[in-house]
Design a protein around this ligand. Sequence first.
Ligand code: SAM
Length: 485
Amino acid sequence: MITKRQKQILDFIKSFKKKSGFAPSFEEIKKHLKLSSVSTIHFHIKKLQNEGYLNKGENQPRSLSIYESKPMLQIPLAGTIAAGLPIEAVQEKETIAIPRNRLSPNGNFYALKVAGNSMVDENINDGDIVLVKEQSTANNGQKVVALIDNYKATLKTFYKEKKQVRLQPANKNFEPIIIKNNEKKITIQGLVVDVIKSRQKLQINKRKLSRTKNKKYSVLPLNKIICGDATEVLKRIPDNTIDLIVTSPPYDKIRKYNGFSYNLHNTGKQIYRILKEGGIAAMVIQDQTKNFGKSLTSFRTIVDWCDNIGFKLFETVIYKKHGAEGAWWTKRFRVDHEYIPIFLKGERPQYFNKEPLKIPSKHGGKTMTGCATRLTSGKTLISKKVTINPLKCRGTIWDYVTCGDGSRLKHQHPATFPNKIPYDFIQCFCPNDGIVLDPFIGSGTTALAAIELERNYIGVDMSKEYCELTRKRIKKEGIKTKRLF
Ligand SMILES: C[S@@+](CC[C@H](N)C(=O)[O-])C[C@H]1O[C@@H](n2cnc3c(N)ncnc32)[C@H](O)[C@@H]1O
């Protein structure tokens, strides 16, 4: 809504332009309205601009132009809604201009980009934008944005039934979401009031992008560090080309990393696409603790990548850290582990060599008598003395000493993992002629392990500073003569 004063300004600009053929200056508007300061005019012009009534050229005098078409309303683009995932907020405060007559005069509205196909029969398609009216109640048959358990957002048709709520997709390939009374928390975030079919526009943009920025590499950028957003860079890598991903994403914004953010769901989709059948993605991850509760990001990501992207969870390894000696944590246990979920694309790993990962047996070399084997008949066999192997198969707790990687350059990055982590994964899951990729390369630890093991690598990081750091580290430390492991 604009004020009476703003309407007067708008009318004056119109009549002035009609008479003189050009727009009035701010000084002329001030004089005409008998206002005391030009800054008040600036304020009103900004408001009129935001409301979609007029446009103003940057730093140009007399550059006000009135929109001839219907006034536009700027509404916030709150983010992307994908079935069952938290709304992924847009980074900047983005708004989109909507013709005023598409929205009712009352209420607060926001827009969401749709990801997924669960509402296609209602003509709401992937890439469309839905306009949502903020509201916490809904009638049966209305399309709603619902939040389940405080974090899973979904766009479905709402039905309140006897002992349950049914959120009905409009696609026969999707099951309805049933929420029994008191079983889970469900809140209505708003009603869908309109859909903007941005498909055409998006397709044009996509085509443009694919011709330039997103064009797939015809030759893979092997042994290179690429500066850019992980998801965008991975889009350029052709399908089924990478053998192994070893990475540690910037989880839960624990550290700011020069303020970059990321999207683990979309990165996961790209990782799945570029991995070869039988390829592996190992991700070092932990949860942030806030008010005595864990964020659960690691668990959610595991479930998301398996349920929504198609990975199998091959194993979750616990990476045991040692931390500072004598450190005392006052309010909770000292966290001395991270998770390393190991995701598998396809039926079985294409390459699996755990021989180099063997660990010493506690009693290696000793001759011992084990427990006697009991048969199903109840009888026991006479136990035999055996000599214990000096090495045994590694388990699922991997113990790494974090200090001692001995690189001054590496210490310039705030959150590195031990050199030995990618080193172990490469030996185990990457064939000799394989390619290892780290989409969040940081200080370059994965690249250095690949160089040491004579595998090809690709590293990506959004920060120019860290890309430079990695390149420096590779130059200085990535030489065979200087063993790092
Ligand atoms: C946990 S660190 C990785 C450290 C690395 N494993 C090492 O040992 O040096 C995460 C890295 O992700 C980068 N990053 C953050 N958002 C990104 C994005 N959207 N795309 C690519 N890199 C990103 C940060 O700059 C940071 O260097």
